[in-house]
Design a protein around this ligand. Sequence first.
Ligand SMILES: NC(=O)c1ccc[n+]([C@@H]2O[C@H](COP(=O)([O-])OP(=O)(O)OC[C@H]3O[C@@H](n4cnc5c(N)ncnc54)[C@H](O)[C@@H]3O)[C@@H](O)[C@H]2O)c1
Length: 252
Amino acid sequence: MLLEGKVAIVTGAGQGIGREYAFGLAREGAAVVVADIDEVHGKQVEADLREAGHQALFVRTDVSDEESTKELARQAAEAFGGIDVLVNNAAIYAGLPYESFEEMPVERFDRVMAVAVKGTWLCTRAVAPYMRLRGGGSIVNQGSTAAYHHTPRRMNYNVSKAAVHGMTKSLAKELGADGIRVNCIAPGAIDTEATVSTVPSEVLSRLADMQLVKRQGHVADMVGPLLFLASDQSAFVSGQVLVADGGVILNG
Ligand SMILES: NC(=O)c1ccc[n+]([C@@H]2O[C@H](COP(=O)([O-])OP(=O)(O)OC[C@H]3O[C@@H](n4cnc5c(N)ncnc54)[C@H](O)[C@@H]3O)[C@@H](O)[C@H]2O)c1
């Protein structure tokens, strides 16, 4: 197993890709901390992981709140003895409306940025001291090909993901000397409930046609890239954005 004895935090693990990430890490032997603002779904994932025989803990977390991220790191380290992997996956994605930059309420722009961008920073800042105690670690941020496609009427989301891609490189530079690698996954369209309920089906089929891999992307397709970046399989890789979109963006 790739992550035997390791402790991993996944933010936004209550549903969708984050839930799949939590199971992927657990199947490779990691104890998984499910961090989500949604208590009902987060607790369900904790129960499902335990039911499947894995070590799991749910910590209700708002990644945009500094105290909440500190408490997440504290509880994770207390429960499992340290932290080795952080997956910054939480974002405002489900239900995010398509709207022009002129219609977009300032509060919605702020919230999208606060969760994806500030949240990635704050979780990394809260967890880094614990990773240093272990002699290193791996941080995987969740970007998006929206940062390259510049999806029309989704300016807030596009720029938040472009910022996550950029932050990955800044954090990787600052944390490299501590043995902490920071990388990013940029998924294309993945058929989570959040995608299916917000992206019109004709847009999804058009995207699948543009892909080199001629089918819809599934949550399971994201687990391989995550395990590569989270584990020592990528020991010599840091500061990178791995595009996992079936082959649309060829120069990410
Ligand atoms: N699904 C796709 O097609 C796709 C494509 C590219 C990138 N992504 C990215 O992948 C990630 C997951 O996507 P998904 O489809 O599973 O989305 P989703 O909306 O289904 O899941 C997001 C999770 O984040 C949680 N969350 C929201 N705000 C939070 C906060 N402040 N603190 C903690 N948790 C919070 C939600 O409760 C939810 O469980 C997101 O970062 C998304 O931007 C998704």
